[in-house]
Design a protein around this ligand. Structure first.
Ligand code: PRF
Ligand code: ZN
Length: 371
């Protein structure tokens, strides 16, 4: 049976025998129309229908089960109706595995200079040509349908940080009303799913109310939004110490926009199953490589004549075939191949990290290897 709702407790191992700190970590499988997602999972970001500097088949060889696309960017260019007419985003971008799309509100707030939030939705001007658009729970959900998204995200408001209790409360209540409308607008099909997004900033009782409101709508999974927005790791972990426990045990939990390896490990230990972040791709293009020796800034002049690879035993093309000296040179002169090789290495590093986490959870072992 192919269904995203099939994520029952017996398909995952909840580790109780390890140290208290690890007992909430889960490993599982999400079955979808487009194949399985092994969790804990890291989703590379493919905002505009491409994971920057990578062929989709190369993304697949790094071990990614699922990538993320963005409603906001794709509705502006090339347009959701056009993608639909051309056979959907999977076909358009040559990615046949699961696709999750973010609902757009978060990107409107960070990218559009002119925007207005009303009960109906968000009115904004395109950051590309200034033309006027509207996103609502209904239109965001329809756009994600037209894209053919495997996992559709509910339309939410990401509460800014810091926010007063009153601001966070009214923002969370708006997100609950929008979640109800998003759920109603979702075309439910076997193998496809929709995730609700809980908000509530750093306030315990608001997170609880948000979770209760969304659980009532019976989404196929739940995201924790409004974190990694400037509060810092300590405060984020404080929220993650209780927020995942408010969510159904048998459904996937997704922490949006996270993060660095240490953030991912800490969040998995607290019961999170899915992550997305631009860090491996963006920082790769900027010359930062994640390695078992720590972060390598390949632009540093000490690599000018370094004839060794980033990592001796990494199987990515950057490490198999090239030296740090060559990568240093490529990134310095801004050659496209530099961005390609650095991104490939970083995506592989993140996927190897997730694989190791999944194996350690399955074996009931502690996984404090980075923190
Ligand atoms: N909501 C949505 N997308 C997001 C976030 C959110 O709160 C975040 C917060 N880190 C990243 N992406 N819809
Ligand atoms: Zn490598």
């Amino acid at each position: 049976e192919v269904s995203i709702t099939k994520f029952p407790a017996d398909e995952r191992k909840i580790i109780a025998k390890a140290h208290d700190k690890y007992k909430k970590a889960r490993a599982g499988i999400i079955n979808t129309r487009h194949g399985q997602i092994h969790t804990p999972a890291f989703m590379p970001v493919g905002t505009k229908g491409t994971v920057k500097a990578m062929l989709p088949e190369s993304v697949q060889t790094t071990g990614a089960d699922i990538i993320l696309g963005n409603t906001y960017h794709l509705m502006l260019q090339p347009g959701a109706k056009r993608v639909f007419k051309l056979g959907g985003l999977h076909k358009f971008m040559n990615w046949s595995k699961p696709l999750l799309t973010d609902s757009g509100g978060f990107q409107v707030m960070s990218l559009s200079k002119l925007r207005k939030i009303t009960e109906e939705g968000v009115i904004f001007n395109s950051h590309i040509d200034g033309s006027k658009f509207m996103l609502s729970p209904e239109s965001s959900t329809e756009i994600q349908y037209l894209l053919g998204s495997t996992i559709t995200m509910a339309f939410d408001e990401c509460t800014p940080y810091p926010s007063t209790y009153e601001q966070a409360k009214s923002s969370m209540e708006l997100t609950s009303r929008w979640a109800k409308r998003s759920r109603k607008a979702f075309y439910s099909r076997d193998g496809y799913g929709q995730f609700g997004i809980i908000q509530g900033s750093i306030y315990n009782d608001l997170r609880l109310k948000s979770a209760l409101d969304l659980i009532e709508l019976d989404f196929e999974g739940y995201a924790i939004g409004g974190l990694a927005v400037g509060e810092g790791q300590e405060l984020m972990f404080k929220v993650l110490d209780y927020a995942p426990d408010l969510l159904p045990i048998n459904k996937p939990r997704y922490l949006m926009g996270v993060g660095k390896p240490a953030d991912i490990i800490g969040a998995v230990q607290r019961g999170i199953d899915m992550f997305d972040c631009v860090i491996p791709t963006r920082s790769g293009r900027n010359g930062q490589a994640f390695t078992k020796y720590g972060v390598v800034n390949i632009r540093n002049s000490k690599y000018k004549e370094d004839n060794t690879p980033l990592e001796e035993d990494c199987l990515c093309p950057a490490c198999k075939n090239y030296t740090k000296a060559y990568l240093h040179y490529l990134v310095k002169v801004k050659e496209i191949l530099g961005a390609m090789l650095m991104t490939w290495h970083n995506l592989m590093y993140f996927q190897k990290l997730m694989l190791r986490i999944r194996e350690y959870i399955a074996q009931g072992k502690d996984f404090d290897f980075i923190s």
